[in-house]
Design a protein around this ligand. Structure first.
Ligand code: CUA
Length: 313
């Protein structure tokens, strides 16, 4: 590594896009800075009070000049906007086949769990060349998951899920920071991201702090917490079936449709009265205070797979 480094390493596909956009912005604003600022200095000196410069040239209007210095910058600015928007949307929308890693932040550590069940703290191990999507929440205050080498930074907010994704392009170890002031030990809320070869990653998943898979944990919770009593099989209570709903719009009372994503499922468990499925009564008790963030994520993983594997009406 160079002693002087202007940018962190580019270790993800998105890093290149973000850097090019940054260079583009600097180039365009630099260009305007020069063509405005240099003449300004020149004219200030040349036409200063008391200078002998001729002031006799009358001002001449030119529609061509007026039009071109309006239209050309307008097109360039819109171009920058379009470019920025394209990069933004690409960086917001994770590919459908991305690996999912669940992140729970708390003062002052990162707790992560991979779909296969492996847990880790303040470290994120991921395979090279594969898109990874983080589904994140916080147990207490706002944190921010920041990996400079990936140019990825996203607030992690209590009470809801946020998400970010990246596709590592280079093996190695990279810094992980909390980038939102979150209390006394905010500066200690750091860690590392380890990008490994795929085979190595598969091996890593099976050693150390390995739980049953998140789907399996979720399936057990679904029974233990009594969800299955109403939402599955032929319970006496009428409750909406949950198979096949994940990622799809579901009808809710009064409000039309809501996409059954992670946030919707989370809210339905913690605040069941908020958005009631159309055609059902508000009977479900809240699970607020009875379920941890990590349990919620496991339940969601289970419902997701339930959707993919068992599309029953
Ligand atoms: Cu967590 Cu700053």
């Amino acid at each position: 590594m160079n002693a002087f480094q202007l940018f962190p390493e580019q270790a993800s596909s998105g890093a290149r896009e973000v850097d090019w956009l940054t260079f583009g912005l600097v180039a365009v604003t630099g260009f305007y800075f020069l063509i405005v600022f240099l003449p300004l200095v020149y004219f200030s000196v040349r036409y200063r009070v008391g200078s002998k410069a001729s002031r006799e040239n009358p001002a001449r209007g030119s529609n061509l000049i007026e039009a071109s210095w309006t239209i050309i910058p307008a097109i360039m600015s819109l171009g920058l906007f379009g470019w920025g928007a394209a990069v933004y949307f690409h960086l917001r929308k994770a590919p459908a086949d991305a690996l999912r890693v669940n992140v729970v932040a708390k003062q002052w550590m990162w707790k992560l769990q991979h779909a296969e069940g492996k847990r880790e703290i303040n470290e994120l191990h991921i395979p090279i060349g594969r898109a990874v999507r983080l589904i994140m929440t916080s147990q207490d205050v706002i944190h921010s998951f920041f990996v400079p080498a990936f140019r990825a930074k996203q607030d992690v907010i209590p009470g809801t899920y946020t998400s970010e994704w990246f596709k590592p392009t280079r093996a190695g170890e990279y810094h992980l920071f909390c980038a939102e002031y979150c209390g006394t030990e905010h500066s200690q809320m750091i860690g590392r991201v380890v990008v490994m070869q795929p085979a190595e990653y598969q091996r890593w998943l099976t050693v150390g702090n390995v739980d049953v898979s998140m789907v399996e944990s979720g399936r057990r919770l679904f029974t233990q917490l009594g969800c299955s009593g109403c939402h599955m099989g032929s319970g006496s209570v009428r409750a909406p079936r949950l198979e096949g709903i994940f990622g799809k719009p579901v009808p809710v009372q009064g409000d039309g449709f809501v996409v059954a994503d992670e946030r919707y499922i989370r809210d339905s468990i913690l605040m069941p009265a908020a958005q009631i499925s159309a055609g059902y009564e508000n009977l479900m008790p809240t699970f607020k205070g009875h379920i941890t963030e990590s349990d919620l994520m496991q339940l969601i993983e289970y419902l997701r797979i339930l959707s993919a594997d068992a599309p029953r009406p």
